[in-house]
Design a protein around this ligand. Structure first.
Ligand code: S3P
Length: 437
């Protein structure tokens, strides 16, 4: 394990493109594997998590090839074959849960494992709805991997109301429903990212929606539709763009444009929260590509003020809290980030990690129930702390961002996990003025 140091930058300047969207990349590979014909994916994220999905769909019988320009071609199979070895999904929680959904309604038995981070994450949230189809999911104690999914021989359609806002659980149920006669219905009282629904429609699945009282919606999927290969253009990942966005806000003399960022309204909570804090961030050149809204994000350094970030924003910025907490540390005044229970079951316990990391760098932060309160330092964060990144890419990148503007450098014990979502993060940030070594 080699430690990495992020030191104060004099300003971040440039026009950059960040890594492809991880959520969209997983889904493009999975639907491509199910569709008849060859799906052409441009902009696929070629990071560890997505490569694990690519390996997995090959284990189910699909063909995946890349050309010299980095385009990915997935040729689907009519009947998925049973993988003849355990699928090691590395750090990829989304892929594990989505693929478990795929297996749940097919006559096969499939074994999943992962790295120590993934092996500590809860799978009961998918085991419950997938067993309603007739599948059997066997896990270790605590609902953890390794996990065996024994698909149902004669699956039944399911009606399921999500107990937590989770796009992974929703998507697992919808992917299971694809192979079942009849209508599979998912009710989500609180909306979560809808990339699966958008892409299912594009590939020819029969999906419709009904509004639920209180702002949620019902997703109705008619199973056994024939999916047809598509051309998919993957937008840049707003969850990766969030790091240079916050970096540019807190490092004085910064001005960045981040191109082709996916701005699906169910993903842009970070922009809403930052604007609430007074951020100078704007969308330019908004358009729709492959059924997903995209835009260039223009951002300039400015004075941030503390804010109360409501729990209703959690689903649309679930992965952005580590870096939002960094913005709060540099703001003037106190911030309250509400309703963060789900942060405890991410790649690491981000709830505790945020508190520990802020404190280690001289920022007063504390918990009240499921809320995190951060006392902003008004631009003058001490820094100087050492962060244990615990196989969590986003914790590593968030605290690297802190180091770019703190008085003393921030040390990260290990940055290997960054390769799960944004392999070029350090190189790209250094190119525009960061000092990470
Ligand atoms: C994801 C959904 C979110 C998010 C994860 C990606 C997806 O997880 O945190 O990084 O692609 O569906 P939950 O469904 O657990 O909220």
């Amino acid at each position: 394990m080699m430690s990495t140091i992020s030191e104060k930058s004099q300003g971040l300047q440039g026009k950059i493109t960040v890594a492809g969207d991880k959520s969209v990349s997983h889904r493009a590979l999975i639907l491509g594997a199910l569709a008849s014909g060859t799906t052409e994916i441009s902009g696929l994220l070629t990071a560890d998590d997505v490569m694990n999905t690519a390996k997995a769909v090959q284990a189910f019988g699909a063909r995946v090839v890349f050309d010299a320009d980095g385009r990915c071609f997935v040729t689907g199979v009519e009947t998925l074959s049973e993988p003849d070895a355990v699928l090691d999904m590395g750090n990829a929680g989304t892929a594990t849960r989505l693929l478990a959904g795929l297996v749940a309604t097919r006559p096969m038995t499939c074994f999943f494992t992962g790295d120590p981070s993934l092996r500590s994450r809860p799978m009961k949230r998918i085991a419950e709805p997938l067993s309603l189809f007739g599948a059997t999911l066997t896990t270790r104690e605590g609902g953890r991997l390794p996990m065996c999914v024994h698909g149902a021989e004669n699956p039944l359609p399911v009606k399921y109301r999500l107990p937590v806002a989770s796009a992974q659980v929703k998507s697992a149920v919808l992917l299971a429903g694809l192979n079942v006669e009849g209508e599979t219905i998912v009710e989500e009282p609180v909306l979560s990212r809808d990339h699966t629904e958008r892409m299912l429609k594009a590939f020819g699945a029969n999906v419709r929606f009904e509004a639920l009282a209180g702002g949620g919606r019902k997703i109705i999927l008619k199973g056994k539709a024939k999916l047809t290969a598509q051309k998919v253009v993957v937008p840049a990942d707003i969850s990766s763009a969030a790091f240079p966005i916050v970096a540019a806000l807190i490092v004085p003399n910064s001005r960045l444009i981040i191109e082709n960022v996916g701005v699906n309204p169910l993903r842009t909570g970070i922009l809403t929260a930052l604007k609430q804090m007074g951020a100078d961030v704007a969308l330019q050149n908004e358009r729709v590509v492959s059924g997903e809204p995209i835009a260039d994000v223009a951002v300039r350094s400015c004075v941030l003020k503390g804010a109360r970030i409501d729990a209703s924003l959690v689903p649309s910025m679930i992965d952005e809290y580590p870096v939002l907490a960094i913005a709060c540390a540099f703001a003037h005044g106190q911030s309250r980030l509400c309703g963060l229970a789900e942060l405890k079951v991410k790649e690491s316990d981000r709830f505790q990690g945020i508190l520990d990391g802020l404190k280690a760098n001289g920022v007063n932060a504390f918990a009240q129930g499921d809320d995190i309160i951060v006392d902003g330092c008004g631009g003058a964060v001490a820094g100087g702390g050492v962060i244990e990144t615990r196989l969590d890419h986003r914790m590593a990148m968030a605290f690297a961002v802190m180091g770019m503007a703190a008085q003393k450098a921030v040390t990260l014990d290990d940055t290997a996990a960054i390769s799960t979502s944004f392999p070029d993060f350090i190189g790209l940030m250094n190119k525009i003025g960061a000092k990470i070594s």
